[in-house]
Design a protein around this ligand. Structure first.
Ligand SMILES: O=C(O)[C@H]1O[C@H](OP(=O)(O)OP(=O)(O)OC[C@H]2O[C@@H](n3ccc(=O)[nH]c3=O)[C@H](O)[C@@H]2O)[C@H](O)[C@@H](O)[C@@H]1O
Length: 481
């Protein structure tokens, strides 16, 4: 790693309060200016534009949704009902302030009436335990063609419960003729659940196949009961019969501790699982997208690393299977298992808890990190576009792990300060042994994604990390972490 790749955290000084970004709060305004040879990221003013929508409308597939709608599904769990685009903080009391009257507070009786009762869900906030019990009593609006609340239903004053809002979005976009039947293997995992959110919001019929080895029901539980959604406990090492238009094959543990836990099982999942899903694709003539990994490039010490090589999809084409291959580079975001051992989750959780941050080796190894919504954008573009060669989907901004640790520490401190609970002292960075075969460099060469999909990451690293910090912070307050 040459010195020119090192980034500098220029200064942290107080600046005028920042505009509302994640959830309507005004922060204390700490300036973070990170500089690499590729880019300068200025956490203030002009660069602080929120990303209002994610997705693209290309190749006849419209994957655009409002970012706040996605956030409502993960940022503050079941209580975000009225937080869309308006002010909420992660303190539980303020979550409830302004809450619609049909939400119970403690022992107060709920007030679900009339149509709200038909279409609503019941949420009970218990002040004593600081928990929210979420019970679906949803009876979804009868049909897509029924008059539905508009997208503005997501405003704070809306009396419409969350499930109805979701349905409203789906109903607004989907037309039965354009609705696809889509299977997502590993759909309850980190990446899968975000993909499922997007596809559901777009109004498609989604079947999640997951053995819940590393996935969790809770990641997609907000869709349970929705007429377009089905969740099946199924291990892809066994065949599965279903009629589908598209298959996103994501099923496989992705974190090193998980895929090393039972290596034989991992191999079985990778080979037999893929074989079974390819068989399904062949029978149903479904398009098949498999998520491969940047690990296939090993340890490329030259830059830019990981040029796209290999072409499984072309080999399979004569057999009548229409395959897309995504090579995913280090991805992070909300719903990552906080204890899955990967670096972003480790660092954020450690910093939030005030524990030492564990840098493996000297920390000079590099990675380029992408935010989950960019990955989902890329997967959907790849699935629906004509490119059949493998495509790298990742960020080209390379960081040393040590620099990344410092950046995460800064962001966590900033969020803690904004949330009114700064730590008494800075957490330490400590060094631990380097894992065996840990690649020294990794940086995605995304030229093919750019040329053939028109895809580039939109999310700056700091934006994604900050959102993930807020997510974990909220989960910790809920007691879920
Ligand atoms: O997130 C991913 O997409 C990838 O995660 C891992 O790839 P890896 O690059 O090893 O990811 P991490 O486990 O997050 O490690 C990244 C770097 O941070 C270091 N690290 C990790 C954890 C930690 O606490 N401290 C630390 O310094 C690791 O040694 C490594 O150099 C998997 O091996 C890939 O298959 C997967 O695609």
């Amino acid at each position: 790693m040459s010195a020119k790749h090192a980034w500098t955290r220029v200064v942290t000084t107080s600046l005028p309060a920042r505009s509302t970004r994640l959830a309507g709060e005004v922060s204390s305004g700490v300036k973070l200016l990170w500089k690499t040879n590729d880019a300068v990221w200025d956490d203030t003013a002009d660069t602080l534009q929120d990303i209002k929508t994610v997705g693209h409308n290309r190749n006849g597939f419209d994957s655009v949704v409002e970012t706040d709608v996605l956030r409502s599904l993960y940022l503050v769990g079941g209580a975000v009902l009225f937080g869309l685009g308006s002010g909420f903080t992660s303190s539980s009391d303020s979550l409830m302030s302004g809450a619609p009257s049909y939400l119970k507070q403690g022992s107060e009786t709920t007030n679900i009436t009339g149509t709200q009762k038909d279409y609503g869900s019941e949420q009970t906030y218990d002040k004593n335990t600081n928990t929210i019990q979420y019970t679906t009593v949803a009876k979804f609006p009868p049909s897509v063609s029924s008059p539905m609340p508009s997208a503005s239903a997501s405003s704070v004053s809306s009396p419409i419960p969350r499930h109805c809002m979701l349905q409203a979005h789906a109903a607004r976009v989907v037309h039965a003729v354009h609705s696809l039947t889509i299977a997502v293997t590993g759909g309850a995992g980190f990446v899968g659940s975000h993909l499922v959110d997007r596809l559901m919001l777009l109004g498609h019929e989604v079947t999640v196949l997951d053995n819940f080895f590393t996935g969790s029901r809770t990641t997609v539980s907000h869709w349970v009961g929705h007429p377009n959604f089905e969740m099946v406990r199924h291990d892809v090492v066994e065949p599965f019969l279903i009629e589908v238009d598209q298959i996103y094959h994501l099923a496989c543990p992705a974190s090193p501790p998980h895929y090393q836990y039972n290596a034989v099982k991992t191999i079985k999942t990778s080979f037999m699982g893929t074989l079974n899903m390819l068989g399904l694709a062949k029978r149903t003539k479904a398009r098949f997208l498999i998520t491969s990994t940047s690990e296939v490039y090993g340890d490329p010490r030259s830059t830019p690393s990981a040029r796209t090589t290999g072409d499984t999809s072309t080999a399979l084409a004569p057999d009548g299977v229409d395959v897309r291959v995504a090579r995913i580079f280090n991805t992070f975001g909300p719903r990552m298992n906080p204890y899955d051992g990967r670096v972003v989750s480790n660092f954020i959780i450690q910093a939030l808890k005030g524990e030492d941050m564990t840098v493996y080796g000297d920390g000079k190894q590099t990675r380029s990190f992408q935010y989950i919504h960019d990955l989902v954008d890329g997967l959907i573009l790849l699935m629906n576009g004509p490119e059949t060669r493998p495509v790298n989907i990742g960020s080209a901004h390379e960081f040393t792990i040590l620099d990344f640790a410092e950046a995460v520490r800064d962001i966590v401190e900033k969020v803690q300060k904004e949330e009114g609970n700064p730590l008494a002292k800075r957490v330490n960075l400590i060094h631990k042994d380097m894992p065996v075969d840990d690649p020294q460099r990794r940086r995605a060469d995304t030229s093919r994604a750019k040329e053939t999909l028109g895809w580039e990451p939109k999310w700056e690293l700091w934006q994604g990390v900050e959102e993930m910090v807020r997510y974990y912070s909220a989960k910790m307050k809920e007691g879920a972490i």
